[in-house]
Design a protein around this ligand. Structure first.
Ligand code: F6P
Length: 552
């Protein structure tokens, strides 16, 4: 339902209108000229935070652009919404919930009140339970049913109950002492769980069933398979309990599944799945790197929360990142954004960012249900930078579509190997320079001539070698990947996503878009099992299902 005067309140803001006009002016500019005109550009358009440096000077912006964008943030009441979030107001409007993942990493431990209750105390209680548990498992005091120590932990979960902890354990492998081996099962494709379990000894395995709702079909299916795997060896139902813990906001379902109440770690409805790695959903991280280092991860995130709350918008890194995304996508027309880590440990970061940004802000109605007639967030994709260079960077440099990209690297490698890091980082710096400056036809022709190529060859090849440049990038440079710096990096993006949602007027904390397919699958699975395909399906779906059933 859309009424004309309500249709696009954002687009009616003077700052929005100004940005629309300003974007037209800026489209005619080239970043090369902006760098030539302003020798202070790097200093002006970079932010130094203790764990990282953000350079955003390679965007098609000027002082004017930034000032208009800041006006938009102010007109959109970003500061007021930030306060509402931190105060525990129910800003997840469609689900009528507070959004308080910031409370999970509130290392100053100041009270955060929700419905008259100080939730900081609940958080601390769960953290203490995590500490005791992780120490027991890591020190070999938590024994399986045959009194053997646990050597392998399998986390069963999907979406936010999988990708956050998995991305972090991969990123922090260097900090693991291998007290236990971590494994992840998320896919309902049985191949994954079969492959994970094949080499494991049931007597030494601990399963974590991670599910906020404890209803997710994929997770429940995998959890049942895990129980069957245990009971097919020397286990009985009672001994299974020693090999299962759960993380859930739905204690009842977890207990009904057979998990001891003692072994259930709390989660709360004010923590969204994709923002939950800071909660007990992060248990696999704590098991892998130890509880103290898990706290360092929280500390790093908390530092960003403090920066986000206390820094003027002009120097506020998450705000700037959000505004640049909106500038590049909503005003300049980019439709996708690449996340390009130049640090092997961050090899799952792009996948993590996909869920974080796209599940949060990939929406087309405003929080009060009006249709949105401007682009919201881009599609997020990416890969380790070096691998990407030899795959899709051709597209980044020369396709007709401009893809803004975030380059993420570290000054030091966690695993220094003679001669490698300099080569890696040379590529890191070269790529953003090339994407920005490009190379024009005259430069190409002069270069080919200097190399002695004949004119006919130069005429033929020159157009193909032109790189227009002017492709926006942000560079995030950490000193080194550590629990703390990683915590900061993730929280920086989380708060960016929050600001995007406020400015774009979407509810960043629901995910109705995943429900439709889920509901249909629940119906279809019955038809597949009974081989009775309903005529009411469209002819394509019906045809495919019939083909599938008859081919079995
Ligand atoms: O994909 C939808 C989703 O609800 C995610 O937001 C969530 O992280 C995931 O499913 C898993 O949900 P749960 O933790 O309840 O099993």
């Amino acid at each position: 339902m859309r009424t004309d005067n309500q249709a696009s309140k954002r687009t009616l803001l003077p700052s929005w209108q100004t940005l629309v006009e300003h974007a037209e002016e800026m489209k005619a500019m080239h970043m090369n000229d902006l760098f030539t005109q302003d020798s202070e550009r790097f200093l002006k358009f970079s932010i130094q935070l203790s764990p990282l440096l953000l350079d955003y000077s390679k965007n098609l912006i000027t002082d004017k652009t930034l000032s208009h964008l800041i006006d938009l943030a102010k007109d959109s009441e970003v500061e007021q919404w930030r306060e509402k979030m931190f105060k525990g107001e129910r800003i997840n409007r469609t689900e009528d919930r507070a959004v308080l993942h910031i409370a999970l990493r509130n290392r100053r431990k100041n009270p955060i009140m929700l419905n008259g209750k100080n939730i900081t105390l609940d958080v601390e209680k769960t953290l203490e339970k995590m500490r005791v548990f992780t120490e027991q498992v890591r020190q070999g005091q938590w024994l399986g049913h045959s009194n053997k120590r646990i050597t392998d932990v399998v986390n069963i979960g999907v979406g936010g109950s999988n990708i956050g902890p998995q991305m972090v354990t991969e990123a922090l492998k260097h900090y693991s002492d291998d007290s236990v081996q971590m494994h992840y099962v998320s896919n309902v494709d049985g191949t994954q769980i079969a492959e994970v379990l094949r080499p494991l000894n049931p007597e030494r395995v601990l399963f974590i069933v991670s599910s906020k709702t404890f209803t997710t079909t994929e997770t429940m299916t995998n959890a049942r398979t895990a129980v069957n795997w245990l009971t097919s060896s020397s286990f009985n139902q009672k001994s299974v309990a020693k090999h299962f813990v759960a993380v859930s906001a739905n204690k009842e379902n977890a207990m009904a599944f057979g998990i001891d109440e003692e072994n259930i770690f709390d989660m709360w409805d004010w923590v969204g799945g994709r923002f939950s790695l800071w909660s007990a959903i992060g248990l696999p991280i704590a098991l892998d790197i130890g509880f103290e280092k898990f706290l360092e991860l929280l500390e790093g995130a908390h530092e960003i929360d403090e920066h986000f709350c206390n820094t003027p918008l002009e120097q506020n890194a998450p705000v700037i990142l959000a505004l640049l995304s909106i500038w590049n996508c909503t005003f300049l027309g980019a439709q996708s954004q690449a996340i390009l880590p130049y640090d092997q440990p961050l090899h799952k970061l792009s996948a993590y960012m996909q869920q974080a940004e796209m599940e949060s802000n990939g929406k087309s109605v405003t929080w009060d249900g009006q249709e949105i007639d401007y682009p919201t967030v881009p599609s997020i994709w990416g890969e380790l930078g070096i691998n990407g260079q030899h795959a899709f960077y051709q597209y980044l440099h020369q396709s007709n579509n401009v893809v803004p990209a975030d380059f993420i690297g570290s000054v030091e490698s966690v695993t220094p190997v003679q001669g490698h890091h300099e080569t890696l980082m040379a590529n890191f710096f070269a790529q953003t320079q090339a994407l920005m400056s490009g190379v024009n036809e005259k430069q190409v022709r002069d270069d080919l001539a200097a190399r002695g190529h004949p004119q006919s060859y130069i005429d033929k090849v020159a157009p193909h070698k032109v790189h227009k440049g002017n492709r926006p990038t942000n560079t995030l440079l950490m000193k080194r990947i550590s629990p703390k710096s990683l915590g900061s990096l993730i929280a920086l993006y989380e708060q960016k996503i929050f600001v995007q949602g406020i400015i774009l007027q979407v509810c960043s904390f629901d995910q109705w878009g995943v429900e439709l397919g889920k509901g249909l699958a629940n119906e279809i699975v019955k038809e597949l099992s009974n081989k009775t395909i309903k005529e009411s399906h469209d002819s394509s779906t019906k045809g495919l299902m019939k083909y599938y059933c008859s081919s079995k």
